[in-house]
Structure formats: C-alpha cells, structure tokens
Design a protein around this ligand. Structure first.
Ligand code: F6P
Length: 325
C-alpha cells in the first residue's frame, strides 16, 4: 500500500538536533508528495489525539533550536496493550499510514512493539545524547552534548587548578560511558570512570594506585551517571574517607547537557537521517532505525538497534591514560 500520510513524533529525553530532524522529515515527505501530521508529546499525543497537520512553514526557523517543538514525554499508558490500541485507533481516524519516531532506546522499543502488534510501517531516528543505540556510529544530540560538557569542564578546570582541588564531574549517559569517555578526552581530564569498565576492575582503586595527581596539583575525573560506579557523589565519599589529604569537590552537570543550539555535526546528521527516513519508507522499509556507519546511511532493524550493547572503543581508554600522565 502506498504511503499517503505519515505521523511524526519525538519521544523520551529531548536531544539537540531533534528539531533539525523534524524539519528534514517534514520537508522530505512533502517534497515526495506525502502528507505530514505532527503528533505532540510523543506517544501520549497518539492517545490523546493531539495532532496537527504540518506544512513546510511549520518547520521554518527551527534548525538552530534545541529541544523539540513537538514536545516530548515518557508515556506509561503506551506501555500497555490498551494504550497502544487507542493509539492505533487514533492513527486510523487521522488517516496516518506510517510513523517516524525520533527518540532513544525506550522510544524505539515502544515503536518495535507497536509495529509488530498492528503491522504498521515505522522508521526510527536515533535521537538521544547518550549515543547508546547499536548500529549507528553516533546519535542525534550526542555531539552537541559532548561540546557542552567540554565547555563546562574547561570552566571547572579554572577553579580546580586555582584551589588545587580534585573534581569528580558527573555527566549523563544512563549506564553508558560514551559522554564521559569522549568528554574526558576532549577536555583533557585525568580519567573517566565508566560503567562498561566497572565490571572488570575497581577504576577508582586503580586511579589512586597510579597516583592520579601525578605531577599536577589539581585533577579532573569525569564520571558517567551509573549505579555500577556509584556516580560522582559515591566516588567522592570514598576518596574523602580513604584519602583525607585530597580536597575533593563534586559537580553534577545534569540537564544543561540536554539543552542548547545543536552543533553543525548534529544538524547535518539530523538532516541526512530525516531525509533518509522518508527514502526508507518509499523503498518499503519498515521497522528499522536509520543509522550512520563510516559516513554512510544504513538501516538497522529495531531488534538489533535496541538489544545489542554498543561497545566502548577501548583504544580511547588507552589514549586517555597515555595523555593524562
Ligand atoms: O536518555 C537521555 C537522558 O538524558 C539520560 O542521559 C538520563 O539518564 C535521562 O535521560 C534523564 O531523564 P529525565 O530527563 O527524565 O530525568
């Protein structure tokens, strides 16, 4: 069946570049003669019927804006069969033949279940600062968040070195160390403590053993938010107890990492992926996430994108170790 009308939504945590993706999906669809309906507040909008037809003008002047003009939500009701049935009924009433879902792994998990249950063509775009989706080198929002972290750490370094302090800076990532590891390399931090390594070694013990200040008086350690590592607060408590000679401080960067105008890389990535989502639907692809590998657009089945753990590049850990002597 030819697709005449698509619905578009953003779901889960917002990420810089989502608006660039909304713009690209909308304009590519219209260019190809497909009608666009914007669904507000993620899957919730499909349940409440908060849906607006979009023209090209609806996405003017948004490429540079952070957040998502469609709003977003984590929708509990959509996790139930009854909720998804209401969502499907809404799609039927609105004449929506296919969906483009922009979000992270929770949102794409919802998309996979919905697509299977009701036999709906759905294409996903990886929109999350965490970079934790398998099958794509990067996700929309990751590069901007990394730059935000780098700017914040640069500032903290000024005060850390003025006071000869040891800083544990916690970054987002939800049990995933990409932001912490690459943020540490980009900001010249002494170390990164990430959940992927915690199962293999006590990273703090190793740091202390190697003397993490070395020739310097101040140190900066980036910590991925994680229960496994104990987070920045847990690690700082440990150091205070075991090594009271250190003047320790904690800084949790929090939601500022999710905001701001998207970087050029994120705008380009979102634009390419948004256009590719429409190409995929026109080619008859369904239930795939658009990914990027070695600068080439690829289609990744939802089951692979979500379930597989995206591995951390261990060479990066080694580079960080070498460069922090
Ligand atoms: O998935 C994006 C993310 O920012 C994670 O890094 C973080 O753990 C989570 O969302 C925070 O979610 P919320 O904004 O709902 O507190």
């Amino acid at each position: 069946m030819a697709i005449k009308c698509i619905g578009i939504l953003t779901s889960g945590g917002d990420a810089p570049g989502m608006n660039a993706a909304i713009r690209a999906v909308t304009r590519s669809a219209i260019y190809n003669g497909i009608q666009v309906k914007a669904i507000y507040r993620g899957y919730k909008g499909l349940i409440t019927g908060e849906i607006v037809p979009f023209k090209t003008q609806n996405v003017s002047n948004i490429i540079q804006q952070g957040g998502t003009i469609l709003k977003t939500a984590r929708c509990k009701e959509f996790q139930t069969q009854e909720g998804r049935q209401i969502a499907y009924n809404t799609m039927q009433e609105e004449g929506i033949d296919a969906l483009v879902v922009i979000g992270g792994d929770g949102s794409l998990t919802g998309a996979r279940i919905f697509a299977e249950e009701f036999n709906i063509p759905i294409v996903g775009l990886p929109g999350t600062i965490d970079n934790d989706l398998f099958g794509t080198d990067t996700t929309i929002g990751y590069d901007t968040a990394l730059n935000t972290i780098m700017d914040a750490v640069d500032k903290i370094r000024d005060t850390a070195s003025s006071h000869d302090r040891l800083f544990f800076i916690e970054v987002m990532g939800r049990e995933c160390g990409f932001l912490a590891l690459n943020g540490a390399i980009a900001s010249g931090a002494e170390a990164a403590i990430i959940p992927e390594m915690q199962t293999e070694e006590d990273q703090l013990a190793e740091l202390i053993q190697n003397g993490f200040r070395k020739s310097k008086n101040s140190s900066i350690v980036l910590v991925a938010e994680s229960e496994l590592t104990g987070g920045a607060i847990g690690l700082a408590e440990r150091v205070k107890k075991e090594f009271p000679q250190y003047d320790v401080r904690v800084s949790i960067l929090g939601h500022l990492q999710r905001g701001g105008s998207p970087s050029a890389n994120d705008r380009i990535l979102a634009s390419r992926m948004g256009a590719a989502a429409i190409d995929a639907l026109l080619e008859g692809q369904r239930n795939v996430m658009i990914g990027i590998q070695n600068d080439q657009i690829v289609y990744v089945p939802f089951t692979r994108a979500i379930k597989n753990e995206k591995p951390i590049n261990r060479e990066l850990l080694n580079t960080l170790r070498i460069l922090s002597i």
